[in-house]
Ligand binder design. Structure first.
Ligand SMILES: Nc1ncnc2c1ncn2[C@@H]1O[C@H](COP(=O)(O)OP(=O)(O)OP(=O)(O)O)[C@@H](O)[C@H]1O
Ligand SMILES: [Mg+2]
Length: 280
């Protein structure tokens, strides 16, 4: 099992600036469920609360109200039932790819041959079996991101949380990793919740797309594309792909007039003014 639910999650940040106190309402009663084995994309304008939602789901941040459950049990802090992949892989620079993956497993208590075997298994899964002894600076951005994915998968979490995992990569590497993530999902059947600014990526990878506006749930869009999704060029050219993409684009534009919601056809771009933010 691996069902994760956000239930009426709200988050306020308090900022002390220039002698005054400001409250940022980052999330406002956000609720949605990612079912066991499902891939859900979280999309919305910059500052609408996507990263905050993911960090709360991971247990890196606490909610001001509401709760997160995994298989019906409320989380308290981080746990091995959830793994996180960040926009920048955030590997330990002094450790090799192999040691980076082993590190998480050691923290979980794994020792001996199982440690190496498990780390190798996941590095092989992400296509890095030939580069396991390289340090992060000796790996390309895409390879580093693969290590980050292997590290998160190796602890065998029920749920994989990904914050713009391919956002910092060039278009070609991004497409390659999108295909790889689809294959990994087909093999592992992990529950995945990922944040993206890229409409095409959301439609290509997800079963459902959660559209957020100003810290709230705006709409959930079903993606009617069957799995396995293998011929990605054909999928991208399909009518169902185009229709779903347009539907999400419209949902994003529903709130485009509001402050901070800068949206264009290529995706969603912020301007540093946050739609979710209410300043007092
Ligand atoms: N630690 C923090 N302290 C104060 N405010 C914060 C903090 N983290 C986030 N915020 C504010 O909460 C709001 C939501 O931020 P968040 O990072 O979740 O947005 P996002 O949707 O992930 O944006 P982006 O697409 O740019 O990554 C923003 O107004 C942001 O400034
Ligand atoms: Mg973010």
């Amino acid at each position: 099992m691996g069902e994760v639910s956000l239930i009426e999650v709200s988050k306020r940040f308090t900022l002390r600036l220039d002698g005054g106190v400001q409250t940022v309402h980052a999330l406002d009663r956000l609720s949605f469920t990612v079912r066991d084995g499902e891939v859900v994309a979280l999309i919305g304008p910059s500052g609408c609360g996507k990263t905050t939602a993911l960090r709360i789901a991971m247990g890196l941040e606490t909610a001001s109200a509401g709760r997160v459950t995994v298989d019906g049990t409320a989380i308290s802090g981080c746990g091995y039932d959830r793994g996180m992949v960040f926009q920048h892989a955030e590997l330990l620079p002094w450790l090799t790819a192999l040691k980076n993956v082993e590190f998480g497993l050691e923290m979980k208590g794994m020792r001996g041959a199982a440690l190496r075997d498990t780390a190798m298994k996941y590095l092989t899964l992400v296509g890095l079996s030939g580069s396991v002894n390289r340090r992060p600076y000796q790996l390309s951005g895409g390879m580093q991101q693969r290590v980050g994915i292997a590290r998160a998968l190796a602890i065998d979490p029920k749920v994989l949380l990904m914050d713009e995992p391919f956002g910092a990569l060039d278009a070609q590497t991004r497409e390659t990793l999108q295909g790889e993530l689809l294959q990994i999902h087909a093999r592992t059947k992990k529950t995945i919740l990922f944040v993206t600014h890229d409409l095409d990526e959301a439609v290509l990878l997800a079963d459902r797309v959660v559209v957020m506006q100003h810290g709230r749930l705006h709409e959930i869009v079903e993606v009617p594309l069957p799995r396995p999704r293998e011929d990605l060029a054909k999928i991208r050219g399909s009518e169902a792909f185009a229709q779903t993409r347009y539907h999400i684009w419209q949902a994003l534009h529903d709130g485009a007039g509001a402050p901070g919601a800068g949206v264009n056809d290529a995706g969603v771009h912020g301007d540093g003014v946050h739609g979710a933010a209410t300043l007092h």
